[in-house]
Design a protein around this ligand. Structure first.
Ligand SMILES: Cc1ncc(COP(=O)(O)O)c(C=O)c1O
Length: 368
């Protein structure tokens, strides 16, 4: 069986460092918001090229707290996409916002910037571009629009650690960026963890209070807050793994080049990287009009793939109240019906990559 993702090989390689990280924390007497958190926050911000970061419980909380820190009020509109993970949108709703969806670009499957201005209203408070699959949204025109209408921008970077746009790293362009370190992510923890990145000191201080009951000092809240702290244990592990982040991304890009090369000329539509982007390949997303048959045939050959995501958010029962209907976001809906993602993680062996390509080429032949 070739899995779409697994961490066993990575753990085997890094076991020693991870156990050392765990030992450091358990022996330190500080289990929450201690030196590992501070060191990871500082080093991750520096790695990205931002001034500050605030570790939080998970990526969903990072979006939620970023919305709160930027002053989202109940009923404010937040422009985003429906081709994303549910948490992008559930965090907006939890923060009191009303999600407003724009369709995606049919080539990159990311927010279509040309459609954003039409969705801006007097109630628009935020825009949340999602750098899905490891590739960044076209940020320059988006920031220009946001500036024109005085709207703030939160980058959803859950899938885009180390992705670049015109040489700038994901998370350094908007007002705040939200990261997830869910285990499958490009930089993954051994449990849940998340982080907000910002270069604004006032926003950083607000985020620090919001994750800690609204407090700056113990037992005294100066504003309404929450509890969403990165775990000291996860921070220590992430600090070790951060040293490997550049090589993780290089390994992913190498696998993508091999897939690109092997699948060119077949009926599969390959991922398209916009020319200004450096794709970090969290996922390698293919597209085929007979996707479900392709997946069935792959599973017969013990190759496991995934669909991110099969149901656009606006078609889900949980979001009925937003009153979208099928047909409202035609590119999003078509993409959801045709995409699937191939096995992709840094330790995926070359023989496995070639096996995936050979089987896909056989399937291409069979279906033509
Ligand atoms: C695009 C996107 N946004 C937000 C999240 C939420 O992150 P988490 O699972 O850490 O809450 C995820 C990951 O699941 C994601 O892929």
């Amino acid at each position: 069986m070739i899995n779409v993702w697994e961490y066993a090989a990575e753990f085997a390689l890094e076991k020693q460092e991870i156990y050392e990280a765990i030992d450091t924390v358990f022996s330190s007497g500080r289990l929450i918001l201690g030196p590992q958190t501070e060191a990871f926050e500082e080093k991750f911000a520096k790695w990205c090229g931002a001034n500050f970061s605030v570790g939080v419980g998970n990526g969903t909380d990072a979006i939620f707290l970023a919305c709160k820190a930027l002053g989202l009020q109940s009923g404010d509109e937040v422009i985003t996409v429906a081709n994303t993970a549910v948490p992008t949108v559930s965090a907006i709703v939890a923060a009191g916002g009303v999600p407003v969806f724009v369709d995606v670009n049919p080539d990159t499957y990311l927010m279509d910037i040309n459609l954003v201005e039409k969705k801006i209203s007097a109630k628009t408070k935020l825009i949340i571009p999602v750098h899905l699959y490891g590739q960044m949204v076209d940020m320059d025109p988006l920031m220009a629009l946001a500036g024109k209408y005085k709207i703030q921008v939160i980058e959803d970077c859950a899938q885009a650690h180390g992705a670049k746009y015109k040489g700038r790293t994901a998370g350094t362009i908007g007002d705040v960026a939200a990261f997830s370190f869910y285990p499958t992510k490009i930089l993954g923890a051994y449990g849940d963890a998340g982080l907000c990145l910002t270069s604004n000191e006032v926003v950083r201080d607000k985020l620090r209070r919001l994750r800690f009951y609204g407090m700056e000092k113990n037992y005294y809240s100066i504003e309404h807050g929450y509890n969403s702290r990165i775990d000291e244990l996860q921070a220590a592990i992430l600090l070790k793994k951060l040293e490997h982040l550049t090589s993780y991304i290089k390994a992913r890009q190498k696998i993508a080049r091999i897939y690109d090369h092997g699948l060119r000329g077949t009926s599969f539509i390959l991922p398209q990287s916009a020319p200004q982007n450096e794709h970090a390949y969290y996922l390698y997303v293919l597209r085929h009009s007979r996707r479900d048959e392709v997946i069935r045939l792959l599973s017969e050959k013990l190759i496991n793939v995934n669909i991110s995501y099969p149901w656009p958010i606006h078609t889900m029962k949980a979001f009925d109240h937003l009153q979208y209907k099928l047909g409202d976001l035609p590119h999003t809906e078509l993409v959801a019906a045709e995409i699937f993602s191939l096995p992709m993680y840094p330790q995926l062996e070359e023989s496995q990559q070639f096996r995936v390509m050979d089987v896909l080429r056989e399937i291409d032949h069979q279906l033509s």
